[in-house]
Design a protein around this ligand. Structure first.
Ligand SMILES: Cc1cc2nc3c(=O)[nH]c(=O)nc-3n(C[C@H](O)[C@H](O)[C@H](O)COP(=O)(O)OP(=O)(O)OC[C@H]3O[C@@H](n4cnc5c(N)ncnc54)[C@H](O)[C@@H]3O)c2cc1C
Length: 377
């Protein structure tokens, strides 16, 4: 009998976990990977799309290209998850699992921030990034705000990256002097676990005349007065608002019994939920690492090791360390890197690699190596 694994969500976590299980136990595996979309795209490709560096078509990686022993992909929308019976219902059928892995990521709740849909923009979805590619050329002068509306949010460096890339974009168009850029963030520093990365970002902001407003969030936009209302009640006038919308677990999880305080709690050692043989990995969990692809991938490795160990009657050796490296776009065609470690010590730590052309190539390899590993491209 083959092990029936059902993986919900073919993002960073679901793709990595399916790949590992296929490589390690493909001959004993009957894995169904389900996603509502027909293709995957990296989070960072949204920045490429919004600033016109790549067309949206170029960033899609079609699931139809994925051919792996023991794995079949189904493009279906998941409608019900029962973690007790491990039965999953979709718009097209029903799946029973010996082992269920939930890797559904985080969705956005634009309605949480009054005025955001009417008067603002978001660049956290591919559709939002595509819309912004049309909106940005119409921005000629005035105040641009990159504003976080709620925490937690994916990829903590992304708002800083957006502000720095916006500076370059406006400079190239010869209108930077007619524009102000501000960034509103809930943290005291751009990247709290890494003082060196934060210092480098704050220096880059100062050099480019980008105003950093720490420990604040944008709670509403007033469309008639074009004001961003902050959580201390102050109003900031804006002409262009680039928002980071409130994140929430996908709707299908409401009522599943898996969510506590909005996210799925897991055992940090092995990414197991409170339900037997049900794992959760990536942004959908409250494991304690930032919501980022590299952490979803790291969690996938630990969950896969636990699934294989239990199949073979042993126990997985290494617990999840919550380590990961994030590339940071610094503008001026340079990329830096922050290496963070969340669980090894008493508090999270991070180290910083200065922006360089070499790291631009490393970031490209980060993407191309995953495209090759997951899709055989
Ligand atoms: C602007 C931006 C820049 C980023 N830059 C980086 C970066 O440089 N490095 C980095 O590591 N991370 C980055 N990220 C974050 C990264 O994209 C996410 O953290 C990562 O994709 C999370 O992986 P995941 O597997 O948990 O979820 P996801 O990759 O989001 O996958 C979840 C999948 O579940 C599917 N799904 C959800 N609900 C259903 C349903 N009901 N039925 C069927 N399918 C469903 C979705 O379609 C999706 O494919 C960035 C994000 C943004 C927005």
């Amino acid at each position: 009998m083959k092990l029936r694994v059902v993986v919900l969500g073919a993002g960073f976590g679901g793709l990595e976990l399916s790949t590992i299980l296929s490589e390690m136990i493909g001959d004993r595996l009957d894995l169904t990977l389900i996603d509502k979309n027909d293709s995957f795209y990296f989070g960072f490709s949204k920045l490429d799309v919004m600033f016109g560096r790549k067309p949206a078509d170029a960033v899609h990686l079609a699931y139809s290209k994925m051919v792996k022993p023991g794995v079949k992909f189904r493009q279906e929308t998941i409608t019900v998850i029962d973690p007790v019976t491990r039965v999953v219902t979709t718009d097209k059928g029903t799946y029973e699992a010996d082992v269920l892995v939930i890797a559904l990521g985080a969705d956005y709740d634009l309605a949480f921030t009054p005025g955001l849909s009417e008067a603002g923009n978001e660049f956290y979805s591919l559709q939002g990034a595509e819309r912004l590619r049309e909106v940005l050329p119409t921005f000629l002068k005035g105040h641009a705000i990159v504003g976080v509306t709620s925490a937690p949010f994916k990829c903590p460096p992304a708002p800083s990256e957006a502000a720095l890339l916006l500076h370059d974009y406006l400079t190239e168009r010869g209108i930077r002097d007619a524009c102000e850029i501000s960034i509103v963030m809930p943290f005291g520093l751009p990247i709290p676990p890494s003082p060196d990365t934060s210092k480098a970002l704050l220096t880059a902001f100062a050099e480019r005349n980008i105003k950093f407003i720490p420990q604040r969030m944008v709670t509403a936009l007033d469309p008639s007065h074009k004001l961003a209302i902050l959580d201390d009640g102050t109003g900031m006038p804006f002409d262009l608002f680039l928002g980071i919308p409130k994140h929430r677990a996908p709707e299908v999880l409401a009522g599943s019994g898996l969510l506590i305080n909005g996210w799925i709690p897991v055992d940090r050692k092995n990414l197991k939920t409170q339900f037997p043989d049900v794992y959760a990995i990536g942004d959908v969990t409250s494991v304690g690492t930032p919501k980022a692809g590299v952490f979803a991938e790291g969690a996938a490795r630990i969950a896969a090791a636990s699934i294989i160990a239990e199949l073979e009657g042993g126990s997985a050796s290494s617990p999840y360390t919550g380590t990961g490296s994030c590339y940071v776009e610094f503008g001026h065609d340079l990329v830096g890197r922050v290496d963070v470690d969340f669980f090894s010590g008493p508090k999270p730590t991070g180290s910083f690699l200065e922006p360089s052309e070499e790291l631009v190539r490393d970031k490209q390899y980060f993407g191309s190596s995953r495209a090759a590993r997951w899709f055989g491209l």
